[in-house]
Design a protein around this ligand. Structure first.
Ligand code: PBG
Ligand code: ZN
Length: 324
């Protein structure tokens, strides 16, 4: 039907009509808050490249989790930074490691919060890579057992879900098998399935002290130029037992989110990463952008692109803006 019979502005005239016809709505059920816990830290320290984000001691982390839960946040994903790093990243699966202590403390003090464990070695290895190394090569198969051990140890400590972010081939299958063997068949795996070698991770690497000491991550993370390859990554991870799949980063990869959503029927997550957060914060601090509006618009667009859940550092702010 053509104008003047059809007038699309009719549905935009009244604010309630606009609400009634809205196609996508961001709620706290969609959001996961990432948090950093640092061994040997007392109190908390702000991350200079991520205003409003902090590195926490276990004690401060628990306090922050209580505040988040009170504000309506449902889920957190945790990153641990150990006092000592070694070539194998043994702190990742240490029984009393920093992340294990943090998870146990949160599970005890804030039982209503869902705890997701990021499974990777780069915060724990002295060389800063996500797997074991031999010379300058990142070894795939020997890394799998360490990742599996890390997943079992985090779930033992209190994690309700694990999220492998290393991009080794076969890690989802290895983690699934290890979890099942240890009586954790009920624990879901959210795979960072299509994770790109991205400059958007810069601020995270400051926060997590996880910048590689040599080379870069391009031999294991994906080439930003590729989208069909992302579908192969996702397919393999689903076959290995991934319950949810993630695309990361989000903002510059909306087409990848949409392609994954259209091709597979598992829940799709995306990670609104550190660099995406920092860009908005920097512009907002100068008064160049309206922060609440631009954040809500950006996160809603990620849902529109096909993400059912979003990992975002804005989660705390969104909770405050949405109220309860
Ligand atoms: C660890 C990991 C990274 C992020 C999440 N898990 C960094 C990386 O791969 O270098 C990035 C998150 C962010 O930038 O917010 N493998
Ligand atoms: Zn890593």
């Amino acid at each position: 039907m053509n104008f003047p019979v059809t007038r699309l502005r009719r549905l935009r005239e009244h604010n309630i009509v606009r609400d009634l016809v809205r196609e996508n709505l961001l709620t706290l059920n969609d959001l996961v808050m990432p948090l950093f816990v640092v061994e040997g830290l007392s109190g908390r320290e702000e991350i200079s490249s991520m205003p409003g984000q902090y590195r926490y001691s276990v004690k401060e982390l628990v306090e922050e989790c209580k505040r988040l839960a009170d504000a309506g946040v449902r889920a957190v994903i945790l990153f641990g930074i150990p006092a000592q790093k070694d070539p194998h990243g043994s702190g990742a699966w240490a029984e009393n490691g920093i992340i294990q202590q943090a998870m146990a403390a949160i599970a005890r003090a804030v039982p209503e919060l869902l705890i997701i464990g990021d499974i990777c070695l780069c915060e724990y290895t002295s060389h800063g890579h996500c797997g074991m190394i031999e010379g300058e090569r990142i070894l795939n198969d020997p890394t799998l057992e360490l990742l599996a051990r890390t997943a079992v140890s985090q779930v033992t400590a209190g994690a309700h879900m694990v999220a492998p972010s290393d991009m080794m081939d076969g890690r989802v299958g290895a983690i699934r098998e290890a979890l099942d063997e240890h009586g954790f068949a009920h624990v879901p795996i959210m795979s960072y399935a299509a994770k790109y070698a991205s400059a958007y991770y810069g601020p995270f690497r400051d926060a997590a002290e996880s910048a590689p000491q040599f080379g870069d991550r391009r031999s294991y993370q994906m080439d930003p130029a590729n989208v069909r390859e992302a579908l192969r990554e996702v397919e393999l991870d689903i076959l290995e037992g991934a319950d949810l799949v993630m695309v990361k980063p989000a903002l510059a990869y909306m087409d990848v989110i949409r392609a994954v959503r259209d091709t597979f029927d598992v829940p799709v997550a995306c990670y609104n990463v550190s660099g995406e957060y920092s860009m908005i914060k920097a512009a907002a601090a100068r008064g160049w952008l309206d922060e609440p509006r631009i954040v809500m618009e950006t996160l809603t667009a990620m849902k529109r692109a096909g993400a059912q859940l979003i990992l975002s550092y804005h989660t705390r702010d969104v909770a405050a803006w949405l109220g309860r």
